[in-house]
Design a protein around this ligand. Sequence first.
Ligand code: FAD
Length: 372
Amino acid sequence: MSEVLRSALISVGVISGVGAFLALLLVIAERFIANYGEVKIDINKGDKELTVQGGGSLLETLASQKIFIPSACGGRGTCAYCKVKVAEGVGPILPTEEPYLDDTERKEGVRLACQVKVRQELKIAIPEELLAIKEYNCVCERIKDLTYDIKELRLKLPEPMKYTPGQYIQFRAPKYKGSPGEVYRAYSISSDPKDEGYVELVIRKVPGGICTTYIFEHLAEGDEILINGPYGEFGLTDTRASMIFIAGGSGIAPIKCLLHQIANDGVNRKGIFFFGVRALKDLFMTDEMEAFEKEIPDFRFVPALSQPEEKDDWKGETGRITEVVARYLDSQKDASEYEGYLCGSPGMIDASVAVLTDSGIPAERIFYDKFA
Ligand SMILES: Cc1cc2nc3c(=O)[nH]c(=O)nc-3n(C[C@H](O)[C@H](O)[C@H](O)COP(=O)(O)OP(=O)(O)OC[C@H]3O[C@@H](n4cnc5c(N)ncnc54)[C@H](O)[C@@H]3O)c2cc1C
């Protein structure tokens, strides 16, 4: 190897080494030493000004000031619910945000609040309705087993919450032994809006899930619970169109709330609710649904089992919920007259939307909340 090449390689090695060392120093400094001190956050062009401790994510910093931005994934950058417009004070879009921002949002300075760090003075814009979101210190008054893996929680509110049926709250699971720390998760309100002092939630256990492990294994009746809300756009339109509701498992929660609304307000629209579960042991709330059938003039409840067990002796609908819905819509003279209201897992929603659109229901008349 020539002397020149040798010195060139050594120089490159030294420069890379120094670069890597500096990068490491920066990471360590950021992690352990960085002190951004107090930082100002201007919200909606001077409507509100906060002085906060710098260094945290925008999402957690705002939450510490009781400003709650919707987030369903607990700040992991996967749900993309926590979008806010940042006019000044942040660096370029991060790789973790890239997949969730379209061209218009990029131009408007939209960012994921869970990914943006508060390091210097920030100017941000937040929809007014989010500023109205409150935190409620509730008492968990009742925990009821609906099935072996679904529970209903009844939470006593300290003051009535103004929400639109179909909306959800964020539930705080505090740190418990074995959890990485406190987390917030979204749960749809299932209760009757007339029952103003309470909210009820229907929660399915996710094996290994942080929040649901807390609810199933640590939460007890009488415990205090922090929730904030309400959030979400899912809700009834004010048209006269017939309604087709589709839910799987705990997806029944916001649909039940809508059915209370329909019964309370005497909404005069035809409705049919397809509820998909695996076997009879997964089926619940049938009494409540039968009561709605009596109370709401043109409403039918259709539970369907996708994998009935022999002992179930099931005489009702069988098959995946999408197959059952497709059979029903095929039998209708004009399926396109329906509006769709869907809740459950992302897979179930996507498959159901495909069935509804294939039957002629326009995509803009299909509303859903994916429990993702
Ligand atoms: C708008 C909205 C409303 C919601 N309403 C309800 C509701 O009314 N009732 C309800 O039970 N849930 C609801 N969810 C889901 C809920 O917010 C949580 O995601 C869920 O309870 C899991 O939280 P966790 O902390 O226990 O699990 P995590 O700790 O978040 O997840 C643990 C693991 O399980 C996986 N996982 C997360 N969620 C699921 C899932 N649903 N099925 C299978 N695997 C999963 C994750 O990918 C991860 O690998 C809603 C979600 C949204 C976005």
